[in-house]
Design a protein around this ligand. Sequence first.
Ligand code: AGP
Length: 610
Amino acid sequence: MCGIVGYIGREAAAPILLDGLQRLEYRGYDSAGIAVHSEQNGLQIVKTKGRLQALVDIVSTGKPLTGTMGIGHTRWATHGEPSDENSHPHVSEDGRIAVVHNGIIENYIQIKEFLQGKGVQFRSQTDTEVIAHLLEYYYDGDILQAVASVLHIIEGSYALGIICAEESSRLIAARKDSPLILGYSEKGSFLASDVTAIIRHTRDVSYMEDGEIAVLDENGIRVFNTMLESVEKEHSFVDWEVSAAEKGGYEHFMFKEIMEQPEAIRKTAFSRIVDGRIVFEGLHLNEEFIQSLKKIHIIACGSSYHVGMVGKCNLERLLRIPVEVSLASEFRYAEPILDQDDLVIVISQSGETLDTMAAMREASRLGARTLAIVNVVGSSIAKQAHDVLYTWAGPEIAVATTKAYSTQLVLLNMLGIYFADVRGSLAPAEYDRLIRELLELPAKMEQLLEKNGDIQYYASRYFNHESVFFIGRNLDYALSLEGSLKLKEISYIHSEAYAAGELKHGTISLIVPGTLVVAVGTYGKLFDKAMSNVIEVKARGADVLALTTEDRAPEMAKYVDAVLTVPSADDLFLPNLGVVPLQLFAYYVALHRGCDIDKPRNLAKSVTVE
Ligand code: AGP
């Protein structure tokens, strides 16, 4: 979703802002803009609908943007269509104050009516514009004081970057429920929605908390609470390489990230296996709680929810207690029934998904213990959960998640094995066998990634279908959900995933000669049942591309049009293998269709609105 970058220092601000915005492009956006201030030219604003390149073109052909203080923004439209007027920065009527904002001001209509009553003319349809005008209303020569006053009035979520023409030595930032990172450097001070925007300049960062206001100047950053009392910030060192957030010779981030999966799993899993035993350093859950656990709830959105669907199958098998999986956007309004003996596991790559965060807060309010599986260090969900386990997948830039999904799966399985051991529901020999299987997983994935020629061929054969059905049972159904989402989000082909046994209760009426069905049949226990469903769709003329394990491929090949295979593995780890061909299939299909793979239309990497 929207991205913010800000800079104040000794260098020209415009190139730093444009570079930062380019690195935030992956978050998803539909317009962009920057505001730069200089003593000679005052506040200069350039903003436009469309891709960042359009903004760069305007900046490079127009009057040079001078100045060493500025703010930039990529907007993902919520209130008001994507347009030049609705793009950020928004400016006060007197042109002195510029604002960039991520989030939603929920009471903007009341504020707008109040300001209109005072004669203020609005130029955009956004909720953000009220902030610029309110700041002007309260401005009395001290922008920090004006920001503090405005924060007492606005409701909702915000990450804000604010500059004022009359106070050229400071840039103000504020946050509530939308991430903001402060960067410290010899060159000056930085502000960004995420680390990728500023890592080329500094690795010395701190994460703003809700209710904090930061004052950035060229020599450093001071942070205050809303009462303007000083707050001490802990600094963090970003330890990943700049190259981790660059394409490194690959055409797309998505492909690079697919290829990085074995290594991401090694990092996430292997460092947590010590002398053949799983060790979760820093986990506060005690053995007594794990032993008395009655129920697990998994809450997430999108692909992270699909991880939860796999998790339900695997954790119930390992622990023999009920596991309920909920979409975060549904959970919080469903009057959830939770107990103190329940564990709520929330899964989120970004750690900023608003629905997931709100569901987690609700679970916590109802007395449940929360454990978050998160990829982005220092993110809001990571900070607010009672416990956090990080996936160490490295930065994931492509909107379509791949390596985060895989590492989430592995971590959830490890949690299941660990809990089962503590609860005594897993025999020691079985524990050792599963650890051995886990250790073999990255090498098996590497084998799969090496032989992707077949997948490229099938993508070229099927890319012009306009509707696809993924079918599978149990673990394979959970995997089908992810395969189907990957395909639709990047190739724009209509695709649905069905529990294979459910087809004949309605959906089979859509199967006509030539319909593409991707039949996922990796789960040995239900292979025969899956085959019956394959035969049903074949009988209606479907073109069936099957995915199964190498040992079952000959049987599957008798009935279908094409077979993709994965090496055999314990059921627990099959989805980790099965997802690889499905990711690659989606990737190559989207490539054939000429889609913008890393930045699919309408989508955002981190969904920070409801
Ligand atoms: C997956 O490819 C999607 N981009 C999306 O479904 C994503 O998984 C979802 O928005 C949840 O994001 P999170 O893991 O950051 O919470």
